[in-house]
Design a protein around this ligand. Structure first.
Ligand code: FSX
Length: 354
């Protein structure tokens, strides 16, 4: 079975009938997400069009499939699902029409044919208990499959909080001995795209960066791309002015809640959670949890299940505090404003298409 990895992104777009206009719109969005000036969009378009589509092997381990759902349930055509034009998805057990031996043969073939060059995407944590017996695919444990696939990978991308930090399967008492991908893969760069599930545009943005620049984006101390995880949700939250004024909703149906006041006292974890939900948003940039009236659960941070206390206010002194955050907010203002503009533009585009 020949893979389509030799095809350029430009050839794939043409073959799949994606218009030049839609592609340029996508490149402008990517420029914004990567905090580059909008004028860089044509250069990104040129680099992306000429780039060879990388072979992607996507391994699903202990997960709920929310990460794949996040990516595939987006509106079409969209920034989110442009990812499928940029890559040659040579193995994804959940999405594959093939099953059983045929699917496993496709994975092994793609790994041999693109050894040293393919991107390995993993969602779900890795079960290490009972010699890996808790989670196997085709009789092969997740640990063995990951070790084998990582050998020939150019880079490994951990998609979702389970793959990045262990997620729900690793929560106490962690019966399967679940660990994150980075606990197994030690000799390759591992990029963590955390979130339960992660924001689909962020997955696409990381791949677009890799194809455009031939390198991985700058990462934070937890291995997450700084362009998306460099600010806290609180830094960019549209309810932040109410926090600064000391206006807090006390219950989910009081006057403060109806007026859109800050959800800090209802347990919002925005101040200690780093992700791009407040700027990139979800569902075609329609909204995000806080905008729908519920506090952030902190799903893109390590151990968020075990930390729990989803409806209790963060203890005073457990995070940076207003002064520190104000400084951080000023430093990140340009990125935040640009991302917010992108979100508004995407909403307008979707409205036009409807
Ligand atoms: Fe985990 Fe993803 Fe949460 Fe679910 O694949 S990050 S439980 S959305 O599915 O791994």
């Amino acid at each position: 079975m020949a893979t389509m990895a030799a095809q350029t992104v430009g050839e794939a777009l043409k073959q799949q009938g994606v218009s030049r206009r839609a592609f340029l719109k996508f490149c402008t969005a990517m420029a914004t997400l990567m905090a580059l000036p909008p004028q860089s969009a044509p250069a990104i378009a040129q680099a992306l069009s000429a780039a060879r589509r990388p072979s992607v092997i996507w391994l699903p381990f202990q997960e709920c499939t929310g990460c794949t759902e996040s990516l595939t349930r987006s509106d079409s055509p969209s920034v989110e699902n442009m990812i499928f034009n940029m890559i040659s998805l040579d193995y994804h057990e959940t999405l594959f029409a093939a099953a059983g031996d045929a699917a496993e043969a496709a994975r092994e073939h793609a790994m041999q044919e693109n050894f040293g060059k393919y991107l390995l995407l993993v969602d779900g944590s890795v079960a290490t208990g009972l010699d890996g017996a808790y989670s196997c695919i085709g009789g092969v444990s997740n640990v063995q499959m990951l070790e084998q696939a990582a050998k020939g990978a150019a880079a490994v991308i951990a998609v979702g909080s389970c793959a990045s930090f262990g997620g729900l399967p690793r929560a106490h008492p962690n019966p399967t001995g679940a660990v994150p991908v980075s606990a197994i893969v030690k000799d390759k760069p591992v990029i963590n795209i955390s979130g339960c599930p992660p924001i689909p545009v962020v997955i696409t943005g990381v791949l677009a960066h890799y194809l455009t620049f031939g390198s991985l984006p700058e990462l934070d101390a937890l291995g997450r791309p700084k362009a998306f995880y460099g600010e806290s949700i609180h830094d960019r939250c549209y309810r932040r002015p109410f926090y600064d004024q000391g206006k807090f909703a006390k219950t989910f149906d009081d006057e403060g809640a109806r007026n859109g006041w800050c959800l800090y006292e209802l347990g919002c974890k925005g101040p200690v959670t780093h992700n791009a939900c407040a700027t990139v948003k979800w569902n075609g940039a329609t909204s995000y949890p806080i905008q729908s009236g519920h506090g952030c659960l902190g799903c893109s941070e390590p151990d968020f299940w075990d930390r729990g206390s989803f409806y209790q206010a963060l203890p005073v002194g457990s995070w940076g505090g207003a002064k520190t955050l104000a400084v951080a907010a000023a430093a990140g203002a340009a990125v935040g404003v640009a991302a917010a503009a992108l979100a508004r533009q995407r909403q307008r585009d979707i409205a036009k298409e409807e």
